[in-house]
Write a protein that binds this ligand. Sequence first.
Ligand code: KG4
Ligand code: ZN
Length: 345
Amino acid sequence: MITDQPIVLGIETSCDETAVGIVRGRHLLANVISSSVEEHARFGGVVPEVASRAHLEAMPSVIAQALREAKLSIDDVDAFAVTAGPGLIGALLVGVSAASGLALGQGKPLYGVNHLSAHVAVDALESTGDIAPAIGLLVSGGHSSILQIGDITQDVRTMGQTIDDAAGEAFDKIARILGLGFPGGPAIDLEARSGDPSAIAFPRGLTQAADLVAHEFDFSFSGLKTAVARYLAQTPNHIRADVAASFQEAIVDVLLQKALKACAQTGIDNLVIAGGVAANSRLRELAQLRSAKAGVHLSTPTPALCTDNGAMVAILGSLALEKGAKPSEIGICADSSPGLARVIF
Ligand code: KG4
Ligand code: ZN
């Protein structure tokens, strides 16, 4: 490891994970996550106020543990990075305040970074080359987008996105109907392993010729959700694993159809799949098969780096530093819905 590269500490608090990652250049030194997911489980979704309070409580110890893991002191940190949006505003504010205070107190630069870009940027921790140019399939609890990435620190464009639910949200909602608990993605992934993915032909949203005119790279999962609910109501003796596997297959199929079409249409033969849903085992398996067939190089971060974490924030801060990007102002505002208009705030 090259030891003269800058050390960046990244803080992530956009949803229910209080997470701190530390990198040296492109090498991961620490990745500590404290989740409040169990406090939200009985509500079937994340309660923003509960999440914000949990971030406040966890922040000091998560930072301390990350520094311990990296065998560093706060004085060794050369720059701070933080998720500034999109996300839950109260939750984001805790991270932005913590990072701003640290940057100001330590007299070091601050990078407010875009959560969506950070999900993709995490790939730089595991691959040797440049991420871009690439097509990004970003699939999380809040977003499902196809991105054209020219430069992960400043040129990320949306080619298409969901017009209703995010992919992760669809997993969470169907898991609830199936009685599989929250968060639903990992539960459906597990249940589907003993089911038949071709048992039920659930609809593939926005894949018909008529839909493609206006929505070539967009997604829609609300029709699928209704179809699963209707199937369950009409089929009292359904096999739960078959429903889970068939539902998962319908989502995964559409995500990959459109992502690989984006590669073909742009001539970009590099696909990065990122975000919480990228941890899905069937998505990873089918992505391997179809990318190989299409001659597209595929990157999928290890599952632990797909769901929200601090390492992804730290590495995007580090890449921004490497590019000589202008640091953010101390006192930046968290922004709950910037889309991808800003990568560095
Ligand atoms: O990226 P993430 O951790 O948080 C957001 O930025 O939203 O994504 C969380 C989402 C949840 O909806 C969760 O159910 C889904 O990712 N997820 C999965 C899997 N693991 C997490 N979905 C499908 N299969 C999985 N194995
Ligand atoms: Zn996320």
